[in-house]
Design a protein around this ligand. Sequence first.
Ligand code: GTP
Ligand code: MG
Length: 238
Amino acid sequence: MKVLVIIPTYNERENLPVLTQQVLAHDGFHVMVVDDQSPDGTGQIADELAQRYPGRVDVLHRTGKRGLGRSYIDALQIARAGDADLICQMDADLSHDPKYLPDMVAEAAKGADLVIGSRHLHGVSVVNWPLRRLVLSAFANNYIRTVTRMPVKDCTSGFRCWRRDALQRIPLHRIVSDGYAFLVEMLYEAYRRGCRIGEVPIIFVERRVGQSKMSKSVILESAYMPWRMVLRGLRAKD
Ligand SMILES: Nc1nc2c(ncn2[C@@H]2O[C@H](COP(=O)(O)OP(=O)(O)OP(=O)(O)O)[C@@H](O)[C@H]2O)c(=O)[nH]1
Ligand SMILES: [Mg+2]
C-alpha cells in the first residue's frame, strides 16, 4: 500500500523536518511538501529533505498568490494522477500527530473513501486552545452540520486521508474557497457524491512554533460558504 502525505507549508522551517521524519517512520509513506515561497526559507529546507530521503519526499514550489486552498488543489491534482493508493493531507505545524496515520489508513482499508482525523468524536480533544477558539470550532461545526446536513462531527479538520479513486470523483476545478472553507467545500463535494466518510479520534495540539495564519476574512468565508455550497448543490446536475 502506497500512501502519499501532502503537507502545505508557509513559514514552517522548524516544524517541517520534525514532521517529515515522523511521517517517513511509517513504511510505504511518502511526502509531498507544497510551499508558497515561504520567506523563512521553508522551501529550501524542503529541498534538502527531498535530497536526504530520495524517492520519498517531493516538493512543489508554488509561485504567485499564496493560499492554503489553492496549494491543496495543485497538490491534489498531481497526487490523484499518481500511483498512491491513499492520499493524506495534514498541517505542518505538528498539530496533527503522524502517529494517527495508521489508524486512518486502517479505517480506509475497512472501506471508507475519506477518513477524517476528528477532534469532535469524544467532546473536544484539543490541547492548548483558548476558550474562544474552542467555542468557535464547536460553533462552526454545528453551523455547518445544520446548514449542510452532513453527518460528520469534525467538518473543519485538515487531517484527512482519501482513497485515490474517491478523490478522482471530486471536481477539483470547481472548488472556489481558500481558507477553512476549502476543507468544508471538499468534504461537502465528497458527501454529495456518496463517498463513505469515516472519522477516527485524534488529539489536536496547538502549534508551539511559528505563526497562525487564521484571519478575519477566513472566518467570514466560512460563514457564507456552507450556504453557497448547498445552493450550488441544489442547482448542480452531477
Ligand atoms: N502552501 C501554503 N501553506 C499554507 C498557507 N497558509 C497556511 N499554510 C499551511 O497550512 C497549515 C495550516 O495553517 P496554520 O497557520 O496552522 O493555520 P491554523 O491551523 O488555522 O492556525 P493555528 O491553529 O493557529 O495553527 C500549516 O501547515 C501552514 O503552514 C498558504 O498560503 N500556502
Ligand atoms: Mg495550525
